[in-house]
Design a protein around this ligand. Structure first.
Ligand SMILES: [Zn+2]
Length: 489
């Protein structure tokens, strides 16, 4: 049996296949305990310049804390996973969410759900955040093996896709989040009021789609759906701006739609020529009254009514293609996410062939989204980009990761804008996250940002190879851009 991890709609084979049905629970528990051994609190990472890191004389090293960062080794086509996890590091909203989950005051009687992926990611991201002064690397496989254990499957070393892995990570995190807070639904109303509000899952948003018929101008019932990632198809042109693709994606024209209102209007107009039983006539009268009261929508559930279906079946004139309408589908956010991953789908499938669309996407450093909830546009800022170079079936992934803000002080360097969630042995106990945030603000006002962070605010990370790059060179890489991670300011 295959555990198909098929997030894309076409021929991409499964990333995960089942190892065995007789999956051994102790392994899973062992992994959880390994991560649970560490406990976490939020605090600013303050560095003393030239700290106790051992630097091999043979290895190049640098006094600046922003020249290097920890990379991942690539032993077997690991670049898809390496780039995906690197892309999560600069997300401050994810960091805040993790801290809120760790700090969440559970009622005493509730058994804490262990959240293995949460703890594993906190641990991995924390290691990647720590400043290093020379080429440093680690393996992604501790994290991937945990994912395999959670899903009782095996991550394929042949087929891989950064987009699928990010979806799998988000999906698994959400599953743990829901399990963690499932106790709330079991409480009585009085106890529910006493419970601290859960933090918002940072990738979670709600979109609403509404159809409008271009002929009768009537609309559909709005349909709400949860969304974790903005999936965009890149146009088959040489270049396009991200904003244009988003606008087009949110405003779609659909041809050949069977509009219920248009059909009813046509029935009423031509009813003398229709072959109707007395029951059908009275049903049509009922529909006419509802139409007069503007109580019908273009995808009305009455279109599933037996009598309506019988009228259509027995009258060929009502099945004519000319009755089909063009509708406009408008999709809007109802609830905005904290983090919005954007997938630029570059796969083109035609006549059982597939290839990579190399359209250059012009993407901005900041994006604005609006929702029904927000009073005005909400600004999102770019934190990381996953690039893919190669063909549809093979290639190499790299990650552009925004550096943290380093400030120079008399004593040394401060890393301040992605507070590390660091180990503490007396968890759970009062957390000092407010102080951490205050410290960041004070540091920002008092000290000067490193020039190298201003000039080259991104790292380009290709497995273990790390280079510093300017924002312009990131934004100019629109031909290779595959995933863009923006977060709310
Ligand atoms: Zn219509």
């Amino acid at each position: 049996m295959d555990f198909v991890c098929s997030f894309t709609t076409h021929a991409i084979q499964s990333t995960i296949s089942v190892v065995t049905k007789n999956y051994k629970k102790p392994t899973f528990i062992f992994s959880c305990i390994a991560f649970l051994g560490a406990t976490y609190v939020l605090s600013p990472t303050v560095l003393a310049f030239g700290s106790s890191l051992k630097v091999d004389n043979q290895v190049k090293s640098c006094k600046r804390p922003d020249k290097y960062t920890t990379g991942f080794t690539n032993t077997a086509n690991d670049c898809f996973a390496n780039s995906t996890v690197q892309a999560l590091v600069p997300l401050k909203r994810l960091n805040k969410y993790f801290a809120a989950m760790i700090e969440y005051p559970l009622p005493q009687s509730i058994v804490r759900y262990p959240m293995p992926l949460h703890l594993a990611l906190i641990d991995t991201l924390d290691k990647l955040k720590k400043p290093v002064y020379t080429n440093t690397s680690m393996s992604i496989w501790k994290l991937l093996h945990l994912l395999e254990t959670i899903h009782q499957g095996k991550i394929s070393r042949a087929q891989h896709d950064a987009h699928e892995l990010l979806l799998l990570l988000i999906d698994t995190l959400e599953d743990e989040y829901l399990k963690f807070f499932s106790f709330i639904s079991r409480l009585d109303d009085k106890a529910k009021k006493m419970v601290t509000k859960p933090p918002q899952f940072p990738f979670s948003s709600v979109i609403e789609s509404k159809l409008r018929c271009m002929r009768c101008k009537e609309t559909s019932v709005p349909v709400k759906n949860p969304m974790m990632m903005l999936e965009l198809t890149t146009p088959q042109s040489s270049n396009a701006s991200l904003e244009t693709i988003i606008t087009r994606n949110n405003s779609e024209v659909i041809e050949g739609f069977s509009c219920f209102v248009c059909t009813i209007k046509h029935m009423i107009f031509t009813q003398d020529s229709l072959d109707l039983t007395p029951d059908q006539k009275s049903f049509l009268q009922y529909l006419q009254d509802r139409l007069a009261g503007r109580k019908l929508v273009i995808n009305d559930e009455l279109s599933e009514h037996q009598v309506y279906k019988a009228i259509i079946a027995s009258n060929l004139s009502l099945q004519h293609e000319n009755l089909k309408a063009i509708v406009h589908r408008q999709t809007d956010f109802v609830k905005l996410p904290k983090i919005i991953p954007i997938h630029l789908s570059r796969s083109v499938y035609e006549d059982s062939q597939s290839w990579r669309n190399a359209c250059t996407i012009e993407f901005p450093p900041t994006l604005e989204f609006t929702s029904k909830e927000s009073l005005g546009p909400v600004t999102y800022t770019l934190r990381s980009v996953i690039r893919h170079k190669g063909t549809h079936s093979s290639g190499h992934y790299e990650c552009y990761r925004k550096k943290p803000q380093f400030y120079k002080t008399l004593e040394g360097y401060y890393l301040n804008d992605t507070p590390a969630i660091v180990v503490r042995n007396d968890w759970p106990s009062p957390i000092q996250s407010d102080r951490a945030v205050q410290n960041q603000e004070v540091i920002g006002r008092k000290h000067k940002k490193l020039v190298s962070v201003i000039q080259k605010p991104y790292w380009r990370i290709s497995d273990t190879k790390v280079t510093e790059v300017s924002e312009n060179s990131v934004l100019a890489d629109g031909k290779a851009a595959y995933m863009l991670l923006y977060e709310r300011l």
